[in-house]
Write a protein that binds this ligand. Structure first.
Ligand code: GLN
Length: 497
C-alpha cells in the first residue's frame, strides 16, 4: 500500500495546491489500489479510469497556468451510482437502468467537477437505495473491508467500503433512512446526512423525495466537512433546496469542542436488540463527552418507537410513485418489444424483469398504502406519526444542543444473514430514521471497535435542521479525543485485504 492512499483529503488538497504532489500521481495511486483490491471488495460498479486521469491532468495544467484551484483540487472521490454523470453509466444498482448513459450531470456531480474533485467511478448500492446491506444490488454484493464475509451496510455500502479499503479518500452517499450513516458505522468511517434540502437532489435518482438527502462520506470529520462545503448550497433546479447560507461546517470541524454544550442521550435507543459491545462503546463516548466539558442529560423522545413503522409506509408510498417513471419507454431496459405486444405489456414485462424483489415489495406496499380506502389508515397515520417525531425533536432541542445515540444496534452482520428477512434488515435503521422523517442533520463517526467481534461501532450525533455545523464541532472533538485514546480505527488499524 503506498502512502498516497493513506492521506486524508485535506492533506491531498494541500499537497496538490503546493505542488508537492500532482493530481495525476494521486489519481494513479488510487486507480492502482482499485485494481489491486476491488475484485475482492466490489465497491465500484464502474471505474472511469480515462475520465479520472483526464480530469487530473486538467487540474495539474490549471495549477501550472497559475489559475486558482478548487477547494478539493486533485482529491479522488467515489460517487454513489445514484447521481447522474454525463456520458458515464448510472444504474442505481438496478437492472432496469442497465446500459443507460445519462445525458446530463446531477447538480452534485457538477459541483464536484467545479471543485476540481477527481471522480474515480460509481459505487455499488442496494437497488434504488432500498436496503441496509448492499445485498439488494442487481450487480452482486459488496464486502466489508474489515471482514469480507460481512455486509458494508447499505444502501451506500460501495461508497463506505471504498473509503475503508483506501480506494478513495472521499465518497458520496445518499441517506433516505440511514444509507450514509449506517454504512459509515459498520465500516469505521464518517458519514453525514445534511439537513434536508441542503444538498441538491437534481439528478439524484428519486427513491422517497421527502426523505432523500445526499451527503459526504470520508475517513475523518474534517474531510467530511470539506466535502460538505463543496456539495451543499442552494440550487434553483431543486424546488426543495434551501435558499440560505450553508452553515460554517469547515470552521466547526477545525475547531472541535463540546465545552459548555448540552448533549442529550436518546433514552429510547437502548435495550433489547442492542449489541453489548455497541452499547459499551456508546456509553464510553457519552462519558468522554462529559470529560470534554459537555453537560449530558437523558432525553425521552416517545414517538421514536413508531419511526420505523411510519418510515416503511411513507418511503414505499413515495417510491411507488417515483418508480412509475420506469416504464420501458423512457430509460434503460425494454423487454418484449417484438412488435406483437401492447405498450402496457412491454411496460409490465420490463418492470417484472428489471426490478428486484425488495423494490417490488416496496412498490406493492406503497401502492396499497396509498389506495383509496386505506390511505387514511396507513399513509395518513404515518404522516401524523411523522409530525409527532418532529415535535419530539423540537422539544428535545429546547433542552439540548445535540442528541447522541448509537448509529446502529449492531456491528456489521454476515452477508446472507438477513437477506431473506426484510424485517430484520429494516431494524438496522432503527436509530437513523427519525432524523430523516424530521429533516434534521445527523452524523455517524467511529467510536471504537466492539470488544466481542473487533468490528467498528458508530456514534450518531443529531443536530437541529440548519445547525449542521454542530455535528462537526462535536464530531471533531470526539474524534480527536478518541484518536488520542486508542488511535484512529481506520488510519492506525487498517483492515487487511
Ligand atoms: N435501509 C433503509 C431502506 O431500506 C434506508 C435506505 C436509505 O437510506 N436509502 O429504506
Amino acid at each position: 500500500m503506498t502512502d498516497l492512499i493513506r492521506l486524508t483529503a485535506a492533506e491531498i488538497a494541500a499537497k496538490v495546491a503546493s505542488g508537492e504532489l500532482t493530481a495525476v500521481e494521486v489519481t494513479e495511486a488510487h486507480l492502482a489500489r482499485i485494481e489491486a483490491v476491488d475484485e475482492k471488495v466490489h465497491a465500484f460498479l464502474h471505474v472511469d479510469r480515462e475520465g479520472a486521469l483526464a480530469q487530473a491532468r486538467a487540474v495539474d495544467e490549471k495549477r501550472a497556468r497559475g489559475e486558482e484551484l478548487g477547494p478539493l483540487a486533485g482529491v479522488p472521490l467515489a460517487l454513489k451510482d445514484i447521481f447522474t454523470t454525463k456520458g458515464i453509466p448510472t444504474t442505481v444498482g438496478s437492472k432496469i437502468l442497465e446500459g443507460w448513459i445519462p445525458p446530463y450531470d446531477a447538480t452534485l456531480t457538477q459541483r464536484l467537477r467545479d471543485a476540481d474533485v477527481i471522480v474515480l467511478g460509481k459505487t455499488n448500492m442496494d437497488e434504488f437505495a432500498m436496503g441496509s446491506s448492499t445485498e439488494n444490488s442487481a450487480y452482486g454484493p459488496t464486502g466489508n473491508p474489515w471482514d469480507l464475509t460481512r455486509i458494508p451496510g447499505g444502501s451506500g455500502g460501495g461508497s463506505a467500503a471504498s473509503l475503508a479499503s483506501f480506494q478513495a479518500p472521499l465518497a458520496i452517499g445518499t441517506d433516505t433512512g440511514g444509507s450514509i450513516r449506517q454504512p459509515a458505522a459498520v465500516t469505521g468511517t464518517v458519514g453525514v446526512k445534511p439537513t434536508y434540502g441542503a444538498v441538491s437532489r437534481y439528478g439524484m435518482v428519486a427513491f422517497s423525495s421527502s426523505l432523500d438527502q445526499g451527503g459526504p462520506c470520508a475517513r475523518t470529520v474534517l474531510d467530511a466537512a470539506l466535502l460538505h462545503g463543496v456539495i451543499a448550497g442552494h440550487d434553483p433546479l431543486d424546488s426543495t433546496s434551501i435558499d440560505a447560507p450553508v452553515p460554517a461546517v469547515v470552521e466547526a470541524a477545525r475547531n472541535g469542542s463540546v465545552q459548555g454544550m448540552r448533549v442529550g442521550v436518546v433514552k429510547e435507543f437502548a435495550g433489547e436488540g442492542y449489541q453489548v459491545g455497541v452499547m459499551q462503546r456508546f456509553e464510553e463516548s457519552v462519558e468522554l463527552l462529559r470529560e470534554l466539558g459537555a453537560e449530558v442529560v437523558e432525553i425521552s423522545c416517545p414517538s421514536f418507537d413508531k419511526a420505523l413503522a411510519a418510515y416503511y409506509l411513507i418511503a414505499p408510498s413515495e417510491c411507488s410513485s417515483n418508480l412509475a417513471r420506469f416504464d420501458a419507454m423512457r430509460y434503460g431496459l425494454r423487454v418484449g418489444d417484438d412488435g406483437t405486444k401492447s405498450a402496457e405489456d412491454v411496460t409490465a414485462l420490463t418492470r417484472a424483469e428489471g426490478f428486484g424483489a425488495e423494490v417490488k415489495r416496496r412498490i406493492m406496499l406503497g401502492t396499497y398504502a396509498l389506495s383509496s380506502g386505506y390511505y387514511d389508515a396507513y399513509y395518513g397515520s404515518a404522516q401524523k406519526v411523522r409530525t409527532l417525531i418532529t415535535r419530539d425533536f423540537e422539544k428535545a432541542f429546547e433542552q439540548v444542543d445535540v442528541l447522541v445515540s448509537p448509529t446502529t444496534p449492531t456491528t456489521a452482520f454476515p452477508i446472507g444473514e438477513r437477506a431473506d428477512d426484510p424485517m430484520a434488515m429494516y431494524l438496522a435503521d432503527l436509530c437513523t430514521i427519525p432524523a430523516n422523517l424530521a429533516g434534521n442533520a445527523a452524523m455517524s463517526l467511529p467510536c471504537g471497535l466492539a470488544p466481542e467481534d473487533g468490528l467498528p461501532v458508530g456514534l450518531q450525533i443529531i443536530a437541529p435542521a440548519m445547525a449542521d455545523d454542530r455535528l462537526y464541532r462535536v464530531g471533531a472533538a470526539v474524534e480527536a479525543a478518541l484518536t488520542e485514546r486508542w488511535g484512529h480505527p481506520l488510519i492506525e488499524e487498517a483492515p487487511s485485504l
